[in-house]
Design a protein. Sequence first.
Length: 545
Amino acid sequence: MTEPQPVETPEKTRRAAQYLRVSTDYQRYSIENQAAAIAAYAARRGIELVATYSDMGRSGLRLEGRDGLKRLLEDVERGRTQFDCILVYDVSRWGRFQDVDESAYYEFICKRAGIQIHYCGDDFENDGTLASVVLKNIKRVAAADYSVQLSKKVFLGQSRTVSQGYWRGASAPYGMRRWLVDERGQPKIMLQFGDRKNLRTEHTILRPGPKAEVKAVQRIFELFANRKMTRTEIATEMNAKGLRNARGKRWNMQGIQLTLTNEAYVGHVVYNKRTQKFRERTLLNPPEMWIRHDHAFEGIISPELFTRAQQVMAELKYGRVRSDESLLNALKALLKREGRLTMKLIDRSSTTPSSQTYVRRFGTLDEAYRLIGYQPPTRYQFREVQKNNDEVIRAVTTLIGADLERRGRHVWLIWELHLLTINHNATVSFAVARAAKSGTDGARQMITWELRARKYTRSDLTAVIRMNEDNTEVKDYYLIPTVRLPPPAFSNRVRMSNKFFGEYFCPTLDDVVGSLNNRIERWHSPRDQNPADARASASIPPAQP
């Protein structure tokens, strides 16, 4: 008799999600090429693709705007996954973050949930060995540096184009038209809106547009420089005549401002007035940093008229045209007519200068309001509101920190960011949602809670403190994965309600601390448990509203 041979059982098929990103349409990183490379990688290793997350036409510099990656991180954070690994074409598709630690942080979120990331097109295994860690960080630095070098090349190319007297913009200002010229400077064809040149030897110049538009631009400069009409009054006149700007929209004060300061109308090309690198805050550059070519093409405004307009603009900027009394009287008249004052009402009014004029003259709008005896509603008292928010956050973070320390946690508060770090790795940021009226429902006043700009947006969790309807005391709380919240902006208000965030609702501060403590324990639990159970336990246990 022969002994029975052991039967080999095949390994359980691994399940994976693929993440695809393309910022442009060039072939190397096309979605199709990435998907094909990932499919081949998965087939070689017996991995089944069960989910796809993608970002089309999105830059890898920041997380903002990349809904596919946000959704992937959200699913991982909440344990809402049916896969145990993520396949990405290479490190640059994960992101070209200028801070390589940010790229590592998003990968760590997945790793902490028991999900490994594979870079299918790179020549190393992402297996945690010293060699792979070194190579991966080199790739991250190279991906970030690629954006830096590309930015430099684009800047040098644009600078060279302007220094030669050619137009580098995509669209022409109102009253002008773009013309394509060959390498000898001979006009070939007028470009329509959205058209681009095809050959590297071709360039673009500006030429006067239709006579009606040219006369309208000359009228704008005449009214402002010689008749001392305000920009708002000029916009009103242009709209009354049925004239539309270069985009076919109604004129406003900002459009008139841009027209009056555009040196293209006297034939000059100017570049690098402002700098915005990697989608960060825009910086205004001093004139000595500007790149310019004077008299590059035919202008439609005389240099003398343009100079007079700039002189009037300078007087408005530094407040030498109207006295303090005149400015305040205009504000009083607007208050009497409207019954209230806001920044938007001031900017829309044809009888008052812009709100920024009052800020430059009196320091803040609140100070101008105080001088005319106007007390705005609490929601418009920005300094007082911010002060109250800080006091609320300070009180809540103090209580949470003390409770967590009693439970044996190490707590560190970075007050400038409203950020709490727990056990050196988990981070919780804090924000306040204030009540605001939003119309009526029959006889009942409708209330919404709005979460404004936050100080720190890369934390693991965001604790939202919701105030009562009078904004006098705390109503309840939400403990939300930060990836669930949109990028903060003053004009982008997030409405806090159980309809959108009910699964993260915490009625009391004890519930917040309990959920937070449970979350920390699950993050530090042994990883020898079932991966699906580990990921499920990483999510915040929902509380009933």
